[in-house]
Design a protein around this ligand. Structure first.
Ligand code: TPP
Ligand code: SF4
Ligand code: MG
Length: 287
């Protein structure tokens, strides 16, 4: 039997997506994630957003680092670039800078983004690179079998913190707001309807959009960021929240006990590519 004739296994989820007409953006590779992993909702969210926005497949690129989360490009039928651990944002910045017409979606885990790659977020945010960064936060290193990450909760027991993690986690939303990201939001994999709306809005934003996605690692974290715990802690942002008020966004982000989902902050300012255009004009050149 040739490779072309090889039967493609179709699971219930894929069949459902196919019937809904949304298969277009799903690849033929079924996700290799553990059953129950929160990341499945994110694939569904991205394919939903692509359908909603009518994004042409050849005009979109998904760039990832390394981690379970960074397997993402294999599971969507868009151009993909599986880069190095922690290097998703420099590569995504390069892709966007080279071709402003592309929709660029950067994806990666909490370890990828806030440990080894932590130095890159500030630069992408301050430059207002017109990309969307979906940060999959399971508070652990999933791919390497469950080590403590900079976003792990105090008290989490892992192979690298066998006497329970004594360290306070970083506050990623406060960091990204302080870095000057022009769109900052939070969503939860256990609320897929809300998640997909947030992914759509993040992609629609012109500038650096950062969506923090709380997502359980069902295999290596049985106590901290589980569906039960997150389900109890997640709340909506207050209905009167003003997304143009940076201080209000920071106040909401400061609360790490109850975790508010929604759009924290949004502003409009020139993107990196627009700045380059101005620079070229100033220098008297043309492209
Ligand atoms: C330079 C380098 N250092 C370390 C690793 C080992 N490594 C692979 S994935 C990973 C962490 C993955 O955690 P996270 O980014 O949170 O993704 P998750 O698997 O949880 O989705 C590490 C430390 C690597 N691949 N490359
Ligand atoms: S190890 Fe954790 S993060 Fe990785 S696929 Fe399994 S549940 Fe998901
Ligand atoms: Mg992780």
């Amino acid at each position: 039997m040739s490779i072309m004739e090889r039967p493609v296994f179709v699971d219930d989820k894929l069949r459902e997506v196919r019937q809904s007409g949304r298969l277009e953006y799903r690849s033929r590779s079924l996700p290799t994630w553990c059953p129950g992993c929160g990341y499945f909702s994110i694939v569904e969210g991205v394919t939903y957003a692509c359908n909603e926005m009518g994004i042409a497949k050849e005009q979109a690129v998904v760039v990832s680092g390394i981690g379970c989360s960074s397997r993402f490009p294999f599971f969507v039928d868009l151009f993909g670039f599986h880069t190095l651990h922690g290097r998703v944002l420099p590569v995504a910045t390069g892709v966007k800078t080279a071709n402003d017409k592309l929709t660029v979606i950067a994806v990666g885990g909490d370890g990828d983004g806030f440990a080894i790659g932590g130095g890159h977020i500030s630069h992408a945010a301050k430059r207002n690179v017109d990309i969307t960064y979906l940060l999959f936060d399971n508070g652990i290193y999933g791919l390497t079998k469950g080590q403590t990450s900079p976003l792990s909760a105090v008290g989490l027991r892992t192979s690298t913190s066998p006497f329970d993690n004594p360290e306070q986690p970083l506050n990623p939303l406060m960091m990204v707001l302080a870095y000057g990201a022009s769109w900052v939001g939070q969503a939860y994999a256990g609320r897929p309807d809300h998640l997909r709306e947030m992914i759509t809005k993040a992609i629609a934003h012109r500038g650096f959009s950062y969506l923090h996605i709380l997502s359980p690692c069902v295999t290596f974290d049985k106590t901290s960021k589980t569906y039960v715990n997150l389900g109890l802690r997640v709340r909506e942002l207050p209905s009167g929240h003003d997304a143009t008020d940076l201080m209000a966004a920071l106040r909401q982000a400061r609360d790490q006990e109850s975790l508010a989902i929604g759009l924290y902050y949004q502003e409009s300012r020139p993107t990196l590519n627009a700045t380059f255009e101005q620079l070229v004009a100033k220098a008297g050149g043309g492209r």
